[in-house]
Design a protein around this ligand. Structure first.
Ligand code: NAG
Ligand code: NAG
Length: 523
């Protein structure tokens, strides 16, 4: 008798817990199903576009890289941006963000399992690709059952399926980005424990290969100047590159001419952070330096400023006919892309062919800017608040939300930045525009840089060709690098994959099918 109240409490608690658990599963299902439905509705409502097949003649195999960071939060509302929305004929690299470090173990984990490898994108992809080329329908339908899921599955499919013969859209690399701003606190924990570092290296290489990536992009934001963390960053780069080479040897055998996994680094682009990194040493292992030449001003700044300016304003005259230079009064040294590039070239001694210029498919803004109506420029002004149309990110507007309604898009040639200013709300936003991006493409060519890239794809205007930053840049550089020796098109790589991971791993059914198509008996 005494125990009954206790028992009934336990029963109640168990019932409550069980119902919570059931509800959570249910919620997840409903949520995912409705998200899926939204995706299909969204794609169906999109106007007919001919992105993948436009101007195939203007972009030819050649010299410059054109990279896009694609985030695994892009598929969610309100962004609703998918890999199949991108004009892949204009892209050499998709940098897939992010895979996350677990500081407690060193292991790498998926950033968003549903988005990365879970959601079934067959329908929206079929609708979209069918609009572009009706012949793809059969190809896609035939492979329906073996298509890998999620954004990663879609990317793998799109660069392996021969959807557009002669149109050269599939020869791009997909790179696994590790870390990022939200993961910044895990790196210091991981690097302080040798076992976790070992785990991290193993996990990076294994995950990269398992999900069909052509390489790794390191993004530790940012090592502290403590004499230890910068050296550990160097160690990570060294060990990852060595392990990539070992994997290549294991696949292809030693001393063979074969494609290589790429190691790149999302590199801080202001002197305070650049100075502390052993760039010259790291350069032995890093293939591409992706310079994060943006975020120079934002909500943290004392005064307004451009956030992705190429110059600091003192390099060019504003108006030749009036012979008048307008200098910025409060420029902070080094808060411009050109300074960072010069540092890489002249101080660190990096070859220009390994440096990629970062561009921003978003703006950073300021509200209640103290400015005169006669002002031509709205930087170095006091402000109050930052506004922003991008949820949860103060002061940020995606490029495709700009210019702010009721304003005009303007261009500042001294700093090389687009901007808009609303005199009614006293809001100023600096961002990369078609004009600034064209200018930056010329800079890339003049400086013999590797190319350019954007953070991040979902901000660009993929629906309007004359607004698209990707279009503007690639039209200007003319030659986007393409790779005819991609890893996962090599039979030894495919064979190694199924031998290592078995027939049920993420890409195995698709890869077995590719092998069968090459006349290889399934394993
Ligand atoms: C602006 O850039 C020029 C050219 O790189 C440089 O010489 C000058 O010191 C910079 N000024 C400031 C304030 O950063
Ligand atoms: C595309 O962008 C151009 C240039 O900004 C603009 O004039 C045009 O109205 C846009 N078209 C659509 C369909 O939004």
């Amino acid at each position: 008798m005494q125990r009954r109240p206790w028992l009934s409490h336990t029963v109640i608690i168990i019932v409550i817990l069980a119902s919570i658990a059931v509800e959570m599963c249910f919620y997840k299902k409903i949520f995912h199903r409705s998200a899926q439905r939204k995706v299909v509705d969204y794609v169906q409502s999109q106007p007919q576009q001919a992105q993948l097949v436009t101007n195939p003649g203007t972009v030819e195999p050649g010299q410059y890289l054109s990279g896009l960071y694609y985030s695994n939060w892009s598929p969610y509302s309100p962004r609703m941006h998918f890999p199949h929305d991108i004009d892949l004929s204009r892209v050499s690299h998709i940098y897939y963000a992010f895979f996350l470090v677990d500081g407690a173990t060193g292991a790498l984990k998926l950033g968003d399992e549903w988005s990365d490898v879970g959601m079934d994108l067959y329908k929206p992809m079929a609708i979209k690709l069918n609009k572009l080329n009706p012949e793809v329908k059969n190809d896609l339908e035939r492979q329906r059952r073996i298509l890998p899921n999620g954004c990663l599955g879609e990317l793998f499919y799109m660069r392996n399926a021969n959807l557009f013969p002669n149109r050269n859209i599939r020869d791009f690399k997909v790179i696994m980005c590790v870390g990022g701003w939200s993961n910044r606190e895990e790196f210091p924990k991981m690097v302080r424990n040798p076992k976790r570092v070992d785990k991290f290296i193993d996990s990076c290489i294994e995950t990269m290969f398992k999900y069909g990536f052509d390489g790794i992009d390191l993004d530790w934001e940012f090592p502290e100047d403590d004499g230890f963390e910068p050296q550990m960053y160097l160690q990570l780069a060294k060990r990852l590159k060595e392990r990539m080479n070992e994997l290549e040897d294991a696949i292809f055998g030693p001393n063979m001419n074969h494609p290589k996994f790429q190691l790149s680094m999302a590199t801080p682009a202001f002197s305070e952070k650049l100075d502390i990194l052993p760039i010259t040493e790291m350069d032995k292992y890093i293939d591409i330096w992706n310079m994060m030449t943006y975020d120079y001003h934002g909500e943290w700044s004392e005064k307004t400023g451009y956030h992705c300016n190429l110059y600091n304003g003192s390099t060019k005259s504003f108006d030749e006919t009036h012979q008048k230079h307008i200098y910025s009064t409060e420029s902070v040294e080094g808060l411009d892309a050109h300074s960072a590039i010069e540092h890489m070239l002249n101080v660190a001694g990096v070859n220009s062919h390994k440096i990629c210029l970062g561009m921003a498919a978003y703006g950073r803004g300021f509200t209640n800017v103290v400015a005169q109506s006669t002002d031509k420029r709205f930087i170095d002004k006091p402000f109050h608040g930052v506004g922003g149309a991008s949820d949860g990110e103060p002061g940020m507007w995606l490029y495709n939300q700009l210019p702010i309604q009721g304003t005009h898009e303007l261009f500042d040639p001294d700093y090389v930045s687009g901007f808009c200013y609303s005199s009614t709300s006293k809001t100023f936003v600096g961002y990369d525009s078609v004009e600034s991006v064209r200018f930056k493409a010329q800079y890339v060519r003049e400086k013999n840089l590797a190319g350019g890239f954007w953070w991040e794809s979902c901000g660009d205007d993929h629906a309007n060709q004359s607004r698209s930053l990707l279009n503007a840049f690639t039209n200007e550089i003319k030659f986007v690098s393409k790779f005819d020796d991609l890893m996962y098109r090599q039979t030894p790589v495919l064979r190694y994959y199924v031998n290592k991971f078995g027939n049920d791993a993420f890409l195995s059914p698709f890869i077995l099918n590719l092998l069968a198509g090459q006349g290889e008996a399934p394993h």
